[in-house]
Design a protein around this ligand. Structure first.
Ligand code: SF4
Length: 310
């Protein structure tokens, strides 16, 4: 009888153990990938330099938690010395769990600051019912965060936008702004005072979702204000996910395109001097091939692995 019981235990246990080992392996791979991609972005765009004091903007969403987590890992092994200050702006939205972030950051042992400013009431007061509050809300938030960064002596602001946010912004600008313009990995703030960096520039949103689940971040919902955050962004996000489902590798290809711009084959005369273009008499592979069709080979992009689902 005992033997039967023991046998049952072993059988039931074996797949669980294998599953747990697999999850551990996958998690380890995910952590390595996140660190590699963040390290690569930091190096490619020279995001962090010795002596930087970086304000890590924490919204309480999975992306900002992931960003802080990975930046702390990078800091521990970075070749240069820099400081991180996690900052959250409590905008007094109804139901905002004000204790969640301070408790988390305290336990993490990172320097942090919580700024409390009731922008919610201001926005509610100024914007008529039913109209979107995001533009005023984010303008107020930006002003406050710049002031806080100044007071904390920070020279850089790290934002948790990832690869998919950047692609979405690119399409939103094209669809609604008539511009080939994305979300930069690094740019000086509009007031000229700070360097804004996006260390998650190379990171896929799905990886951040997995990391957040693994690390069990205490996520604060982003719908507390009751405003529909950028419906168009959601539509474009769905469009990109659908494309990726039907054509695996498409997101990677589009993202690679953002880093591989050919102004001579676009139509912005300020980037390429079409007016004064002269015949050179020298053969050039990048020249116009006249009637020849362009050849497309998705799998030929460096670093991109296309998996066929057929
Ligand atoms: S979704 Fe809410 S919190 Fe976010 S920018 Fe819009 S109004 Fe502000």
């Amino acid at each position: 009888m005992n033997e039967t019981v023991e046998h049952t235990w072993v059988e039931a246990d074996a797949p669980d153990a294998a599953k747990a080992a697999k999850i551990e392996r996958e998690t380890h791979k995910l952590e390595k990938r996140l660190c590699r991609q963040v390290g690569q972005a930091i190096s490619d765009f020279n995001m962090i330099e010795a002596g930087d004091r970086i304000m890590v903007c924490m919204s309480g969403g999975k992306d900002s938690y992931g960003m802080l987590d990975i930046l702390m890992k990078m800091k521990a092994r970075a070749p240069v010395d820099f400081t991180l200050v996690a900052v959250n702006l409590d905008q007094k939205q109804p139901g905002f769990p004000a204790e969640v972030l301070p408790n988390y950051l305290q336990a993490l042992g990172v320097e942090f600051h919580i700024e409390t400013q009731d922008t919610y009431s201001i926005v509610k007061d100024k914007i008529p019912e039913g109209k979107t509050m995001c533009s005023l809300c984010s303008r107020l938030r930006r002003g406050i965060l710049y002031r806080v960064a100044r007071e904390l002596g920070c020279n850089k602001l790290a934002l948790g936008h990832h690869r998919d946010d950047m692609l979405q912004t690119f399409f939103l600008n094209m669809f609604f702004g008539g511009k080939l313009k994305g979300m930069p990995p690094k740019l000086v703030s509009d007031n000229g005072e700070f360097m804004v960096i996006r260390p998650l520039a190379y990171v896929a949103e799905t990886d951040l979702q997995r990391w957040a689940a693994h690390r069990q971040f205490p996520i604060i919902p982003c719908t507390l204000c009751g405003s529909q955050e950028n419906l168009q962004r959601q539509v474009v996000g769905n469009m990109l996910r659908e494309w990726q489902k039907k054509h695996p590798g498409r997101i990677e290809n589009m993202f690679a395109a953002l880093q591989n711009v050919v102004p001579s084959h676009l139509m912005d005369a300020s980037l390429h001097d079409f007016k004064n273009l002269q015949i050179t008499g020298i053969a050039d592979e990048a020249g116009d091939k006249a009637f020849d069709e362009e050849e497309f080979n998705e799998a030929s992009l460096p670093g991109i692995q296309v998996i066929s689902m057929n």
